[in-house]
Structure formats: C-alpha cells, structure tokens
Ligand binder design. Structure first.
Ligand SMILES: [Cu+2]
Length: 343
C-alpha cells in the first residue's frame, strides 16, 4: 500500500481547521478496547452509539454484519446520514451562513415531542461534539459548542463558501447516542476541491503523522498513527478527552460519519503516550475515506488528515481465499490483532 503514498500536506481548505480547536476533540476517547471495538459488540451493533458512547457506533456494527451471525445490524447505516432519527432531530437555527472566520452557528436538538433537548449525557468529556466539513471533504473542524438553558447550542466555525455538513454527536439523557447531520449552505464563490490522492502522511506545524494499516470493507482494521516532530518520535502526547488521539473517518460520496475506537487509554498501564496511537474501525464499504486525527502535544490540539482507500474484502464474493490476496504491509503486526478483531 505504499505505492502512491507520499508526504502530502493537505490543501489549504482542509487546513482551515487550523482555527484552533482548543477543545476540538474526538471520539472513542474513554473507551476501553474491550468494550469499544465494534465487530463483536452485539449491544453496540443493536443499538448504534449506545454503550460506550461515541464508540460502539453503527459503523463497526454495520461493517461486521457479514461476520457476526445473528447480528441484527445488516440494515444499520453509518452515522451522520440523517437529520432525524429515533425521535431526535438536528435543527440548525439557519440553513445558510456567510463565509468567514469564527462565524456564529447555533442549533438545537429536538427530542420526541418536538421540544429542544436540554439534558445531555457527557461522552468523552463533552455533552456534544460538533464536526463540520465541507461536502467536498475540505475544511474539517471539530468543536464543542456551549449549551444554553433553553437547549440552544452555540459555537463558531471557520466557513468557506460551499455546502457544509454539520454532524452533532451526542447522547440525550435517556436516549441512545446518535450522530445527526444537517447541511449548511455558505454563500460566496465556490470552487470545489477535487478528489485528493491517497495520502498516508500528514504534516502539521512541524509534526509529521504517518498512517499504517489498511481499511477493508466489513473487516476490523487496525490503524496506527505515528507522530514525530523534527524527525524524532513524540512519546509524550497529552491525554486528550480520555485518549492520546481522536480519529474521525468520513466516507467519500456521502460523508457517512464513522466512529473509530482508540486501542487503550491513558493510565491503563499498557497504552503509551506515543509515538504510535492505535485505533480500530470497520468501514462499511470499499472506496475512499478521509481520516482526521486530533492529537494534543504540549497543550495544543492539532489535526492531521489522511486520504485512504478501503478495499473489498477478499472472499467477499464467495471466492475462497486461502492466502491473503494482498501482500502484507511492512507494518509490524501486533500479535494481539491476529484474530482480526484486536481484542
Ligand atoms: Cu468532540
């Protein structure tokens, strides 16, 4: 998979995220690997986003449909594709906005009955995580809005012209964890960013982050993200919302929002503070995905973004596959992952 890989600083639009995400964090944080990784987590697959908060998401459940007999997830969709689900809805105060930096954006989450929800459970240290990305996969941002007593959430985003997808990842008290998505149209001359080539190395503020591991449709994937600075491994990453990094995956074409689960957490006695941060995810289909890693070092949160392509699972079409169809990568594999689930 190293063919075509190269160091590639993502284009300007993606780095709009440079708007400092003081609280920009990602998910999966506090999940212990044993409960976080989806493919064998029947509870999670039956109730997307349920136990384990951000983790346990529909992504993993969906992806595991073929390998988990009896799993009730075959019809589950990834998160973020709908504006309303299970009686809850994401209501933007305005469907339009003007381009600019720190543009105020507000919204509510309405619950069964239609009233704005005012009680949310904390997941990964926040009651709601908002991810914004332009529909051409540029401009990724992850912020934590503030909640007013009447249920109105308010934040600020750096918005360029175009159509943006806003994802609210939350768990209303008494409800299931959900990720709802809604579009925000931002006025101004719009030049779409064309599809980016595969990029497994990201450079940001003197840091270089390298991605190892391959995504295969319907299979648990171990993703390793190795952080270096000035050529030296970073081994003192800050714990950040209960993890050493937070990763979001967005599918090309529909921006399906995929939860990714960290393998281990700070203080568990086995998880190191870098240079490698390990995640697990299962993508539901082959094709392109963007991965966005938020990591914190010396008190500053930065985002490293990657472009990857998930392959079809060997044998997915009933073709016997006695030998791996693809050459193993040079990445040292953890023996703990030999069962394909990593836990
Ligand atoms: Cu967050």
């Amino acid at each position: 998979m190293s063919v075509g890989e190269r160091v590639a600083r993502l284009g300007t639009p993606s780095r709009v995220a440079g708007f400092v995400l003081g609280l920009g964090a990602l998910f999966g944080g506090a999940l212990a690997v044993g409960s976080a990784v989806g493919p064998t987590d029947a509870t999670a697959t039956a109730a997307p986003h349920a136990a384990g908060g951000h983790g346990a998401a529909s992504t993993t459940g969906h992806g595991s449909a073929g390998s988990e007999p009896g799993s009730p997830v075959s019809s589950a969709l990834p998160g973020g594709l709908t504006v309303a689900q299970d009686g809850y809805a994401l209501r933007l105060a305005s469907a339009t906005a003007v381009a600019g930096r720190a543009v105020p954006v507000s919204f509510t989450v309405t619950g069964p009955g239609g009233a704005a929800v005012t009680a949310f459970d904390v997941q990964h240290e926040k009651r709601l995580h908002l991810i914004a990305v332009r529909r051409d996969q540029s401009g990724f941002q992850h912020v934590h809005p503030t909640l007013a007593a009447d249920g109105t959430w308010t934040t600020a985003l750096d918005l360029t012209p175009g159509t943006w997808r806003l994802f609210a990842d939350f768990k209303a008290s008494g409800g299931q964890a959900l990720t709802l998505g809604s579009d925000l149209s931002v006025s101004g001359a719009f030049t779409p960013v064309s599809a980016a080539p595969v990029s497994r190395t990201a450079a940001v503020d003197g840091y270089t982050v390298t991605l190892t591991g391959d995504l295969v449709a319907g299979r648990d994937a171990r993703l390793g993200l190795t952080v270096t600075k000035d050529g030296r491994p970073v081994t003192d990453l800050d714990p950040y919302l209960g993890a050493y990094g937070h990763l979001v995956a967005l599918r090309d074409g529909d921006l399906a929002y995929l939860h990714v689960h960290p393998d281990g957490e700070p203080g568990d006695g086995r998880t190191t503070a870098g240079p490698e941060v390990v995640f697990h995810t299962t993508v539901p289909s082959a094709g392109g995905y963007r991965l966005h890693l938020d990591f914190q070092h010396h008190g500053v949160v930065r985002t490293a973004s990657f472009v990857v392509t998930a392959s079809e699972a060997a044998g997915a079409a009933n073709a016997p596959a006695p030998e791996p169809a693809t050459a193993p990568t040079s990445e040292p594999m953890q023996t703990g992952d030999s069962d394909g689930h990593g836990h």
